[in-house]
Design a protein around this ligand. Structure first.
Ligand SMILES: [Zn+2]
Length: 135
């Protein structure tokens, strides 16, 4: 049975518990739903060399892709402590759009209520694989 959007948010909250964010203090969890109903969890992992830090969304995505999964229907992202939605950064939007531009992005407001977006609406006019194919 496929997890519903509320369930996906709950899994993102669980994933957030593993976040390693000693520098920013901003912990993030992500739960990525694939086309077969599988869920891939990720958290942000910071580093003393700040540029080595990776976001929760890309952690989840890279786990899935490295296991051969490339089709996704939704991602839930939870971050901070009641500070409002944890929108994916530009780098994560670009990384996610490579695989499933039409996936749903589920965020939560400061009170834990879901907010729904479509990924391609969050990154309009994105550069994608179609630009690298010859006619
Ligand atoms: Zn990011």
């Amino acid at each position: 049975m496929e997890v519903d959007r509320e369930g996906l948010l709950e899994l993102a909250r669980k994933a957030k518990e593993n976040a390693y964010a000693p520098y920013s203090g901003y912990k993030v969890g992500a739960a990525l739903l694939d086309g077969k109903g599988g869920v891939w969890l990720g958290c942000n992992v910071e580093n003393a060399a700040y540029g080595c830090t990776i976001c929760a969304e890309r952690t989840a995505l890279l786990k899935a892709v490295s296991e051969g999964v490339r089709d996704f229907t939704a991602i839930a992202i939870v971050g901070g402590n009641g500070t409002g939605p944890a929108e994916p950064c530009g780098q994560c939007r670009q990384t996610l759009v490579e695989f499933s531009p039409d996936m749903e992005v589920v965020l939560e407001d400061g009170r834990g209520r879901p907010i729904y977006h479509k990924l391609d609406e969050m990154l309009p006019w994105h550069f994608g694989p179609m630009r690298l194919k010859e006619d």
